[in-house]
Design a protein. Structure first.
Ligand code: PLP
Length: 438
C-alpha cells in the first residue's frame, strides 16, 4: 500500500512541476493535458496495487470472477450472427462493470473483434494503456481542447456537432493527416445526433478540410428496441437512417461504414447489421431485456447463445446469534421473529450492491439462498444463515453467479432493485479485485 501512496505523491509532484513549467495555450499544454488525463486514469482505474499483488485471490474479501471461456464463446456466437460485418465491442462503463483492462486484455486475444467502442477519451486512453492496438470508436463527446488526442491515440471519434468537426478539420489540415470520423445521425432517439437539415453544413466542412476526406462511418442508436416486443419505432428510425444516409451520398459525403446495431438489434434484426455491429451487453453474456429474449424465442431462436461472464463473491466476516425481536441494521427496518443466526458480509452500496436491495435480495451460501436482512450499509450488509447448516467464518457468499444448483443473475438483482441488468453491472465498483478464471 505504501508504494501505491508513494506513486500518487510522485505523480502529483510531477504534474505540479509540469503545470508550472508549461506555457499555457501551446502544444505543450495539450500534451500535458493528455498526460494528466492518462495519469489520473491510471490512478483511478481498477488498480493492480501492491496489496492486490501480495494477496492471493483466496485472501480477498470481495472479488469479481471473469470467465474467459464464456467471454470468448459469446464473442464467437455474436460474431457468427454478424456474419461478414465488422465487430465493434462496447467496453464503456469499465467494460459494463467487468473491468476494462481485464476485458480489453482478453478481447485482444480474439481475432474476430476489429473495433472497441468507448464513451470517453479517458476510456479510449485506457484501452491503449491496456495494450489494444486495433481500432477504437469514441461514441461520446470529447472536450474541444483534447481533440488532438484523436491523432495521438489513433481514435475514430463519433461527431455530432459542427464545432467538433471543424476543429477536427483544422487539426487534420495542420498535421496533414486523415482523421476517420463517424457522423451520428438523429433518427428519433433525440440524444446525440445530426438532423437531416444540418447535413449540408457538415458536408461543407468536409469539403473545406480535404484531409478529413469523407466520413468514415455513419451511425445511429435505437431508442426503443429493447423495451418492447413491438418494433414499429425501430422500423421508423431505420427508415429515417436510410433516408439520411442516402442524402449524405447525394451531398458527396457517402460513409464507408454504416452502423446501427446494439445487442438487441444484432440479435433480432438482420437488416440493422449493415457494415459494422456494436454489441455491448450481449458480449458479457446478458440479454438486453426480457422483451428482446422473448422476441428472439418467438422468432425461433435458441436460448443459449450467450452466457454470463461475471460472478461476484465475498466472504463472511462475522457470525452472530440474535434472540427473537432483535432489530437489524440502520433504521431498524428488520426485526427477527425467532432466534436467528446472522452473517455479516463486507459489501455495501459503495461496492455497487444497491441499497434498494435491503430486505429484498438473497445471496448464496453453501448452495442455498440466504436472505438479506436490514438495510444495505455503505460497506456492510447482513444475511440470515439460520437455516443453512455448517456456515462458518470465511465462507464464500455469492452475490451474482452460481453456487451449486442455485444461481443469482444480474437480471434477478435488477428485478429486486427495480432497475435493469445494465445498471447492476455498470455500477460494480472499479475498486473490487477482478480475477480471471477458466
Ligand atoms: C451508441 C451505442 N452503441 C452501442 C451500444 C451497446 O448497446 P448494448 O449494450 O445494448 O448492446 C451502446 C450502449 O449504450 C451505445 O450507446
Amino acid at each position: 500500500m505504501t508504494s501505491f501512496i508513494r506513486q500518487i505523491n510522485k505523480t502529483a509532484a510531477s504534474l505540479y512541476n509540469q503545470a508550472k513549467s508549461t506555457p499555457s495555450g501551446k502544444a505543450g499544454s495539450f500534451t500535458t493535458g493528455i498526460r494528466i488525463l492518462r495519469e489520473i486514469f491510471l490512478l483511478s482505474r481498477p488498480q493492480e496495487t501492491d496489496i492486490h499483488q501480495r494477496m492471493k485471490p483466496s485472501r480477498h474479501l470481495s472479488w469479481i470472477e471473469i470467465s474467459r471461456s464464456a467471454l470468448f464463446r459469446n464473442i464467437s456466437a455474436l460474431g457468427r450472427m454478424a456474419g461478414n460485418r465488422i465487430m465493434a465491442v462496447c467496453v464503456k462503463a469499465n467494460a459494463y462493470g467487468h473491468g476494462l483492462p481485464q476485458i480489453v486484455g482478453l478481447i485482444a486475444k480474439h481475432p474476430r473483434v476489429e473495433y472497441l467502442t468507448v464513451h470517453s477519451l479517458e476510456e479510449a486512453v485506457a484501452c491503449r494503456e491496456s495494450g489494444w492496438v486495433r481500432k477504437i470508436m469514441v461514441l461520446g463527446p470529447i472536450a474541444t481542447q483534447n481533440l488532438e488526442a484523436v491523432l495521438e491515440y489513433d481514435l475514430e471519434p463519433v461527431v455530432f456537432t459542427r464545432e467538433m468537426l471543424t476543429r477536427l478539420g483544422k487539426i487534420s489540415d495542420r498535421t496533414k493527416k486523415r482523421i476517420r470520423t463517424h457522423l451520428k445521425l438523429e433518427t428519433g432517439t433525440n440524444r446525440q445526433g445530426i438532423t437531416e437539415g444540418e447535413l449540408p453544413a457538415f458536408a461543407a466542412i468536409y469539403r473545406k478540410y480535404p484531409y478529413l476526406k469523407r466520413p468514415w462511418g455513419a451511425g445511429m442508436h435505437f431508442a426503443n428496441i429493447e423495451d418492447t416486443t413491438s418494433h414499429e419505432y425501430a422500423e421508423y428510425q431505420l427508415k429515417n437512417y436510410r433516408r439520411l444516409v442516402a442524402a449524405m451520398g447525394r451531398m458527396g459525403i457517402k460513409p464507408t461504414l454504416r452502423h446501427t446495431a446494439c445487442s438487441a438489434a444484432l440479435m433480432l434484426f438482420e437488416k440493422t447489421r449493415f457494415d459494422l455491429v456494436r454489441p455491448g451487453i450481449a458480449v458479457y453474456g446478458h440479454w438486453p431485456s426480457k422483451e428482446t429474449y422473448l422476441t428472439y424465442r418467438l422468432q425461433g431462436g435458441q436460448n443459449d447463445i450467450v452466457n454470463p461472464v461475471l460472478s461476484w463473491k465475498t466472504r463472511i466476516t462475522q457470525i452472530k446469534r440474535l434472540p427473537a425481536n432483535s432489530f437489524i441494521g440502520y433504521g431498524c427496518s428488520y426485526r427477527t421473529t425467532s432466534p436467528t443466526r446472522l452473517a455479516v458480509l463486507p459489501i455495501g452500496y459503495y461496492d455497487g450492491y444497491d441499497r434498494s436491495l435491503s430486505n429484498q435480495a438473497y445471496v448464496l451460501i453453501r448452495g442455498k439462498r440466504s436472505p438479506v436482512r436490514g438495510r444495505v450499509c455503505m460497506n456492510l450488509m447482513m444475511v440470515d444463515v439460520t437455516d443453512i447448516a455448517g456456515v462458518k467464518l470465511g465462507d464464500v457468499a455469492t452475490l451474482v453467479g452460481r453456487d451449486g444448483k442455485e444461481v443469482l443473475t444480474a437480471e434477478q438483482l435488477a428485478e429486486w432493485a427495480q432497475t435493469i441488468n445494465y445498471e447492476i453491472l455498470a455500477r460494480l465498483s472499479p475498486s473490487i479485485f477482478r480475477e480471471l478464471a477458466h
